[in-house]
Design a protein around this ligand. Structure first.
Ligand SMILES: NC(=O)c1ccc[n+]([C@@H]2O[C@H](COP(=O)([O-])OP(=O)(O)OC[C@H]3O[C@@H](n4cnc5c(N)ncnc54)[C@H](OP(=O)(O)O)[C@@H]3O)[C@@H](O)[C@H]2O)c1
Length: 399
């Protein structure tokens, strides 16, 4: 009887393993242990770590169902199919509407991808997937509330327990509170925009790096959705209030009720969103610098265009919601439909030619996809390294 020791498992992974049937645990761990050159441990680990020893004898307990059957299984059922025989899997956060939903549809429609819709409202996601015509079996839904670090960790444990391979992670979900007079806070006490859009995704991406690294796909990807509004080298990025992380003193204090903005200034809901998008784009650059060479993961960000009718603007004034779409369509010409934006995001996930790690992708009507320049602040790698360290501390990770 041979044994397999995985000292690399994160605490979340260990929780998942305890919940999964033994045969599935072994199949999953064995596939990782034998996944060749990309098997070296990452330098960045969750604070609480454990090790686990599992016997390999249980591996033969259950016969593997066909890949198509496994893809039809809901995520709370263990897929016992070896990763190489599963469809590629992409997790998309906030896939219950707008950009995320349309990207999910575009990927599923290729027939090459299974999409895990990571959503806080299960029923809304299920209804949206059906309404948009995603074939059953092309997707599954797992609960994720990015405004709770506990929920992020539980999501990761639940995903690992499915036994699915992971080829792409898309950090797409976001909230925008441009009219809020007072800040709101996550379960962990972080200002809601920064806590949801940046810190929740920061933890999620870090906890799933090992899974991406182990993907049979030779070009695993981690995409974090950015925005033109966070890039002050653009016209849109210069509309007040402008993004600015300042000296990060507010983040150092935990973007708490005492100082809810990352730069330590007075609360401003529109700026909090823009700042969170700066943090998302900086995180992509840090992920690239810290992990691309060691893992082979391609890290990227994008501005999908102005998708003026999505739920993102739900909290905006009524008149704004009425006038913004025609303004973007006929004046700025920056408007893009949800469907087209979804295809763009799906392209960043799956197009072999968009393989430059660290890139920030945009689209132009004349040239199509191009690699765009980020603002001076987003490109400030010294500030980004500080952002990384502070974020890691806040979400409970050790550098
Ligand atoms: N719309 C634009 O013009 C535009 C432009 C540039 C970039 N973006 C970016 O595109 C991305 C998608 O935005 P969208 O325009 O498609 O807006 P959207 O339709 O409102 O989608 C946002 C998604 O995030 C989810 N979400 C919010 N809070 C969450 C939480 N705590 N946990 C889990 N999920 C949560 C929402 O879930 P619920 O359905 O449960 O609310 C929804 O599915 C965002 O990153 C945004 O910054 C949008």
């Amino acid at each position: 009887m041979s044994t397999l020791t995985s000292s690399k498992l994160s605490s979340a992974g260990v929780q998942a393993a305890h919940k999964a049937p033994r045969a599935a645990q072994v199949a999953r761990l064995t596939s990782r242990a034998t996944s060749s050159a990309r098997a070296a441990p990452l330098a960045f680990k969750p604070v609480s770590r454990s090790s686990l020893t599992i016997t390999a004898a249980a591996a033969a307990v259950a016969p593997a169902p066909s890949a198509s059957l496994a893809d039809a299984l809901k995520p709370n059922v263990i897929a016992r199919v070896p990763p190489t025989q599963q469809k590629q899997t992409c997790i998309i956060t906030g896939a219950s509407s707008g950009l995320g939903l349309n990207a999910a549809k575009a990927l599923a429609a290729t027939g090459d991808w299974h999409v895990v819709m990571a959503c806080r409202d299960f029923l809304k996601a299920e209804k949206a997937a059906k309404a948009i015509g995603m074939p059953s079996g092309s997707y599954s839904i797992l609960h994720l509330d990015l405004a709770s670090l506990e929920s992020v960790r539980q999501f990761v444990a639940n995903f690992k327990a499915t036994g699915r391979r992971l080829d792409a992670l898309v950090c797409n979900a976001a909230i925008y509170m441009p009219t809020a007079k007072e800040p709101k806070f996550t379960a962990d006490g972080f200002e809601l925009s920064v806590g949801t859009n940046h810190l929740g995704h920061f933890l999620l991406a870090n906890l799933l790096l090992e899974d991406l690294k182990a993907a049979p796909n030779q070009q695993p990807r981690c995409v974090i959705v950015g925005s033109i509004t966070g890039n002050t080298n653009t016209l849109a990025g210069n509309v007040p209030p402008k993004a600015n992380l300042g000296d990060l003193s507010g983040l150092a204090g935990g973007v708490s009720p005492a100082s809810p903005m990352m730069d330590g200034a007075e609360f401003n809901g529109a700026k909090a969103y823009k700042d969170s998008k700066v943090a998302c784009m900086m995180t992509v650059r840090q992920l690239h610098q810290r992990f691309h060479a060691a893992t082979g993961i391609t890290f990227a960000s994008l501005y999908p265009g102005c998708i003026a009718e999505t739920g993102l603007f739900r909290e905006h004034y009524g008149l704004f919601k009425k006038l913004f779409p025609p303004f973007q369509k006929y004046v700025t010409k920056g408007y893009v439909s949800e469907q087209e934006a979804g295809k763009r995001l799906a392209q960043v996930v799956s197009d072999p030619s968009l393989d430059r790690s660290g890139a920030y992708w945009s689209w132009s009507s004349s040239t199509g996809t191009f690699e765009n320049q980020v603002s001076e602040e987003v490109a400030d790698d010294t500030k980004a390294a500080k952002l990384w360290e502070l974020s890691a501390r806040l979400v409970g990770l050790n550098a």
